[in-house]
Design a protein around this ligand. Structure first.
Ligand code: SF4
Ligand code: SF4
Length: 363
């Protein structure tokens, strides 16, 4: 199965990418942040109803990434073919001649496009969208506070996610600080590949830390994500110790994406559980196995990228249940193990009988 990932070539080193990201990110690091999306009423990024701010730029490059538009720290555009009326306005607008009309639609020259957004402004049918918007801190805080009533009713709050929020650590930390000052609970969702310094900027202002631990085998982690997991494991221990010795954050959740043909092995889940038992015993409130989803297929197509998981199915229920069982027997407190996400629909005998009689079953 390892060969399955051979075409996942990491062209640039993580170190150089991080370096260029940091230098770009520090230009206006406190006043403005590059935000991909503000997702409201989310139930996936912490307790209750949440507003999740997805920052742009990531230090990992996971082969299965569900938000490929979040990886680059630069603004990008994408084209939505179903909305395009073929007027060619965008072609005339682009100062870099980065757009061309082809039989398959608008083609974006990714090397030529600098994400200026002019074509997006001029497109009469919203067929072009800009991914990544620069937000002033006070505007972002004001916007998110509109959802206060939902947080209060559901014991929810605000989560910073990405991408990787520690890449814009100064901005993200100040954002969390101001949200917390309003009496709203906060969460940091991190992939863990960052400097301790960046992590320490955010930890004091998060009520909860959601920390990804995807693959315990260092070599496989490198193969799947472009980076080995040594810094991530060190940072996880650091975050757990910090949480143990401070008032905030109050909790640590670990999340493991269960990806078919990659992280979905019993060996990986057992290995992660054993590692948690050894290094973080009693410090983890929840370990969540997050089932793979394939809803992001269109995102890859719009960015002109191929996705090696394009034809991968959702997980079957017995598979995730088996991994949950492995996790519960791996040495951790079984009560902290949970799973989330969508599973492959399997028709029951009754459904199959109905289909035979001409009734279509819609999952
Ligand atoms: S975002 Fe700017 S550079 Fe990129 S295609 Fe549009 S107009 Fe051209
Ligand atoms: S301006 Fe918009 S609608 Fe017109 S060709 Fe370009 S993408 Fe299509």
């Amino acid at each position: 199965m390892v060969s399955f990932f051979r075409n996942f070539v990491i062209k640039d080193s993580i170190a150089s990418r991080l370096k260029s990201m940091r230098s770009s990110a520090t230009v206006e690091h406190m006043k403005k942040g590059l935000v991909l999306e503000i997702q409201r009423m989310s139930t996936e990024d912490g307790p209750g109803l949440r507003t999740t701010v997805f920052f742009k730029g990531c230090s990992l490059k996971c082969a299965w990434c569900h938000n490929p538009e979040s990886i680059s720290l630069l603004p990008q555009i994408h084209w939505i073919g179903s909305r395009c009326i073929g007027c060619r306005t965008c072609l005339d607008t682009c100062p870099h001649e980065a757009l061309s009309m082809t039989p398959k639609g608008i083609l974006i020259d990714r090397d030529g496009c600098d994400g200026c957004g002019l074509c997006v402004e001029e497109c009469p049918s919203t067929a072009l969208e800009l991914l990544g918007e620069s937000w002033r801190l006070e505007d972002l805080v004001r916007d998110v506070l509109k959802d206060r009533v939902y947080f209060e009713k559901s014991d929810g709050g605000v989560t910073v996610s990405g991408g990787e929020p520690t890449i814009q650590a100064d901005f993200a930390a100040e954002f969390l600080k101001q949200i917390r000052a309003q009496g709203i609970k906060t969460a940091l969702d991190t992939c863990g590949l960052c400097s301790v310094r960046a992590l320490d900027k955010l930890l004091p202002y998060a009520n909860l830390v959601l920390f990804d631990l995807k693959e315990i085998d260092t070599r496989r982690h490198l193969e799947f994500t472009g980076s080995d997991n040594r810094t991530i494991l060190e940072n996880l221990v650091h975050a757990a110790d910090y949480i143990d010795s401070h008032l905030y954050p109050e909790g640590l959740w670990i999340r493991t994406p269960i990806i078919p043909g990659a992280t979905d092995t019993e060996r990986n889940i057992n290995g992660i559980g054993a590692w948690i038992k050894t290094h973080l015993d009693q410090k983890v409130k929840r370990w969540e196995l997050c089932a793979f989803n394939n809803l992001c297929r269109d995102k890859y197509a719009r960015l002109g990228l191929t996705w090696q998981f394009e034809n991968a199915d959702l997980l079957e229920e017995n598979h995730i249940q088996q991994l949950v069982s492995v996790a519960k027997h791996s040495g951790v407190n079984p009560d902290i193990v949970h799973w989330s996400g969508s599973l492959k629909f399997e028709a029951s005998e009754t459904d199959r009988e109905s289909e035979k009689n001409g009734l279509k079953i819609v999952p």
